[in-house]
Structures are given as C-alpha cells and as structure tokens.
Design a protein around this ligand. Sequence first.
Ligand SMILES: NC(=O)c1ccc[n+]([C@@H]2O[C@H](COP(=O)([O-])OP(=O)(O)OC[C@H]3O[C@@H](n4cnc5c(N)ncnc54)[C@H](O)[C@@H]3O)[C@@H](O)[C@H]2O)c1
Length: 387
Amino acid sequence: MTAHDGPISGADNHSLWQRSPVFIGTTKFARVPTISNILVTGGAGFIASWLVRHLALQYPRYNVICFDKLDYCASFNNIAHVDANCSNFKFVKGDITNPNEVEAVLREHNIDTILHLAAMSHVDLSFGGDSYEFTSVNVYGTHVLLETAKTYGKITRFIHVSTDEVYGEVLEGDTDLLESAILAPTNPYAATKAAADMLVNAYYKSFKLPVIIVRCNNVYGPHQFPEKIIPKFICLLADSRRCFIHGDGSHSRRYLYAGDAVDALDTVLHRGTIGQIYNIGTTDEISNRDLCGLLLLQFGYGEGEFSQHIEYTNDRPFNDRRYAIDASRLKSLGWSPKTSFEVGISRTIAWYRQFGSSWWGDISDILTAFPSSRHHWPAKDNDSVHM
Ligand SMILES: NC(=O)c1ccc[n+]([C@@H]2O[C@H](COP(=O)([O-])OP(=O)(O)OC[C@H]3O[C@@H](n4cnc5c(N)ncnc54)[C@H](O)[C@@H]3O)[C@@H](O)[C@H]2O)c1
C-alpha cells in the first residue's frame, strides 16, 4: 500500500481529466459532528468516484480518503480533479481483502466513517472465470472491513452499498419490494452481495457496529466503465459497431442517474438511521431492446435501420426479468431523484462521445458480447482457493 500511488495507467494523463466536467451531486447538509474522516472504498470506480468528488468538494471540513486497489475498471482520471485541487482529499492504494492494509488506513487517517463501495460489480464476469474473485472481494473483503472496523472501535457509521439484485427478480405486475423482502439472488454477483449484506447485519446484531445498508437500482452516467450496458452500447455506436443484446432483449431494468445515487448516499450519510436498510430506486424502467432503440435514435438512426445495428446473442445463464424496489423509506428522509432518464442519457452520451475511447485506455476487449476474465486464479490442479 502506498499513500499516493496514482495515476498508474497510460490512459491517465492530465489534459484528459482536465477537459472533463467535474460531476457531483446536488445535496449539501449541515455538518454532522461525529463525521470528520471518511473512508470511501472503491473510490476510483464509477459510483464511488462521484461520491468522493461530491464529498470532497461539497464538504471542505470533512476529510475524504479514497481506498482503492485500482482494479481493471478503475481510473485515476475519475479522481484526478479532487486529488489535484482538494486538500481534504487523499488517495490510498490498497486492497480490502488485506486486513493489514485496511487496519493501517483506518488508524493512519483516524477514520470515523466508512462508505463501502469496493466490489467486483459486473454480473457477466461472475458467471465465468472471475467467479471466485467475486466471493473474495465482495464477501471476504466486506468481512475484513467489518472485522477490522470492529477491532479498531472508532467507527460511528459504516454504510454498505448493495444492490436491488439481492432480492432476485420481480415479475411484471408484482408489487415493488420493500427493504424487508426476502433475499433471493439468482446470479453469483448478486449472491455475493447478499452474503455481504448478511455479514453487515450480523456485525450490527452481534457487535453493535453502527451499520446502514443501501440497495440501489442500476446506476448510469459519465465515468462508468464501459462493461455495463449503457456505456458499452454508447461506445459501440460511437465506434460504428453493432450493439450486443443478450437473449431477446425483453428483460428490463430500472435506472438511476449517478448524481441522484450520490444525493441518496449523502442523504443516508447525514440523515440515515443506524441499523436501517434503504432502497435507492426510481421507476425509470426500460427493456434492453428499447434502451438500445433509444440510443440508436440519439445517434441519428431511424427505426428502419435498427436491425443493422443490433446483434442478438445467447442469453445469460439466468437473466432476471426485472427488478423493482420501493424507495419510500429513503424518500421520507427528503431524497428524490432529480434527473429524468432523457436528460441523464443525453448527458451520458455527450460525455462518452468525448472521453469514452480514451478515459480507460484500450477497452476493445470489453466491447464484446460477453467479456472474458479480468483476473487470473490459481491453476485448476490446485483446488484450494486462498483468500
Ligand atoms: N453500478 C451499478 O449499477 C450498481 C447498482 C447497485 C449497486 N452497486 C454497487 O455499488 C458499488 C460500486 O459499484 P460500481 O459500479 O461503481 O463499481 P465499479 O466496478 O465501477 O468500481 C469498483 C471499484 O472497486 C475497486 N475494487 C475492487 N476490488 C477491490 C479491492 N479488493 N480492494 C479495493 N478496491 C477494490 C475497483 O478498483 C473499482 O475502483 C458496488 O458495491 C456495487 O455492487 C452498483
């Protein structure tokens, strides 16, 4: 671990990030006296980089420590603005699965608040060669954070960021799920997130660790690594290539703009109740096929041309038809989404048209129907997995 170890990739250069708008959320709450030094795990990734920019810029009296191992999906470009301009921001390169590194960052920076977003987050990779990595980072890594936070003893808030996928699919016509719904994940990614939620709850019950869990819809916006559907389709179309649709494309998802996700996390940080779970959701629901159509229209293609720009592929081993969560509890704290899907999408397209092909370096191996493994695990003849 080093106190400051970025930028690392060839894609990270000053002129690039300096040309990008600095995206943050809109909320700004009165300072909470028990919040001073905030650790954000996974802060060089998509959602957490929005969060560290937001916290560092909106709250100069909070110190924000970004703890990230700079995995394949991260970019130092995501945090370069706050790194260069905010004296209350620090980047620490480290791995949440390493207890020594986690303990060191907590003690060195006198951390009182943890926002935990580091994860392996791409469902498609969890079906394939990276499956064990999901258990290592999402379950074991969360366990390391919890256990270290418990021993350290000075954490006043531990906010764990989870997903609507832990509830499993919600069929058309079913009621939107409350936070009390049974967890029924159907893919390895969602199962690891659900397991992490269980551990977080166990540390609350057993050790009174002051935890809060949030579960989000699909988040989208500038800075998302182009393995996820919206930035991937935009990058493919910008490169005059066809979009890959899994199955018949009828599966739908609800979408939340990153700025609204950050406002929700900021609201939970300042107003959330310890021990509570909050769904973060919208009703902006669209099928993958319709999403592709909407993007094609934005790229100037007429409906008659759609078929030339779409390639249907095999479906996922299992593909939840849809997710639907009820965010009333969070809304009762004063949060509501402010960015319509139309506005969010056009902002996102504009950013990727300018930065998508260079922000993360070479992304050609990502722009495929099913991405291949990003990590190398021990050879098959060594059956044991060391975490
Ligand atoms: N993106 C979404 O639509 C969405 C929706 C609901 C919930 N979530 C959750 O929100 C969180 C952030 O998601 P995202 O899409 O922004 O993620 P991302 O994939 O963009 O970023 C993950 C970050 O975690 C870091 N990381 C991975 N393993 C690490 C480790 N062992 N130690 C330290 N850092 C590590 C990576 O380097 C990267 O910066 C995740 O917990 C995810 O499960 C995401």
